[in-house]
Ligand binder design. Structure first.
Ligand code: FUB
Length: 338
């Protein structure tokens, strides 16, 4: 199946609203795009939003997704192919509900699809599935990755071949229930004066299906080297981790959730610490914001989503636009509405 791709120019829809770019596909709702270049082609691993009638709440129960489709295109601006269902929740033996934002990686001649989903106890865990082709179909492992928890995995493979998973999300993503890697369902959201919850990371084993070290907190610091507090919610971590490398620096980017920014922080090691540098994408239409960043043919791109097609926060559509760096390595803030 193919669909019209985006043009990263100013576009007005029928309501007269202006959008920086247009949805990559219109025949299904897609969100949380994790893009990668495999074999010279861009593959996008998004969530597949559907209207299942689950009422909206603060835990994101209305994000009730049941499968993944993989999209691909030769280049930004080209035709987008929807490769159909790549993994269905019914084929994940341990999964119960809510197949949230995935990511993918290639190693050992195999494509790995990483995904968060609630287990039969209602706890988010991270699973992995494999395929010989980037578009799948993928076969899920029988159990979640041991010691994994919460949501939004991002797998980054460094130049030396070491692979790291960054993950976590607060509120509906349950990260606030995990302290010292132990689960306590009674632990609620942090108060304004509390230290903000940090994202998590782990080194992956060579088989890409296990952690080979402990789950660590990712240290995110403000411009003065201090940790964020919950009240710094226009800058503190909420969900949607992404890692990329630019000119030898590690760029950790994420969503601030309830303030709807996509921010980034930079560091000199995949383990951090990462120092806050600014906003990549100002708030989009819709509650959530989630992205990925890739380089293709010497240009850098931001994949993101909004709710242009539906106007509903749980029925989103993925988009792409070019991303620009300044000479000093800072990223120019993108306004999705012009
Ligand atoms: O798509 C469900 C959740 O919404 C994702 O896991 C979050 O990052 C947010 O985009």
């Amino acid at each position: 199946q193919t669909a019209d791709s985006t043009r990263t120019t100013v576009n007005a829809d029928t309501t007269g609203k202006h959008y920086l770019s247009q949805p990559l596909v219109r025949h299904i709702y897609t969100a949380d795009p994790s893009a990668h270049v495999f074999n010279g082609r861009i593959y996008i691993y998004p969530s597949h939003d559907t209207a299942t009638g689950v009422p909206e709440d603060d835990l994101g129960s209305h994000f009730d997704m049941k499968d993944f489709h993989v999209l691909s295109m030769d280049a930004v601006g080209g035709k987008v192919t929807d490769h159909g269902v790549a993994l269905d929740i019914k084929d994940i033996p341990w999964a119960d509900r809510q197949l949230w934002a995935p990511d993918a990686a290639f190693a050992n001649g195999t494509y790995y699809l990483y995904f968060p989903v609630k287990d039969k106890h209602g706890i988010f865990r991270i699973g992995v599935a494999t395929s010989h082709t980037p578009e799948g179909p993928f076969t899920a492992e029988r159990s979640p990755i041991p010691n994994s928890y919460s949501i939004d995995p991002c797998v980054f493979i460094d130049d030396d071949g070491k692979a790291y998973m960054y993950f976590g999300g607060i509120w509906g993503g349950q990260l606030q229930r995990w302290d010292d890697n132990r689960y306590d369902s009674a632990r609620g959201n942090r108060k304004a004066e509390d230290l903000a919850i940090q994202p998590r990371m782990a080194l992956l084993a060579p088989d890409m299906k296990r952690f080979s070290g402990p789950v660590l907190e990712v240290k995110l610091l403000d411009e003065n080297g201090q940790p964020f507090h919950e009240k710094d919610n226009s800058k503190r971590f909420f969900e949607a981790s992404w890692m990329h490398k630019y000119k030898g620096k590690y760029y950790f980017s994420y969503s601030t959730g309830d303030t709807h920014n996509l921010c980034y922080a930079t560091g000199d090691s995949p383990y951090g610490p990462f120092t806050y540098r600014g906003v990549i994408l100002s708030p989009v239409e819709g509650w959530t914001s989630h992205h990925s960043i890739i380089e293709k043919d010497g240009k850098w791109y931001l994949f993101y989503h909004d709710v242009q097609l539906s106007g509903k926060t749980w029925l989103r559509n993925v988009k792409v636009t070019e991303l620009h760096y300044n000479e000093d390595g800072t990223i120019q803030t993108i306004n999705p509405a012009i």
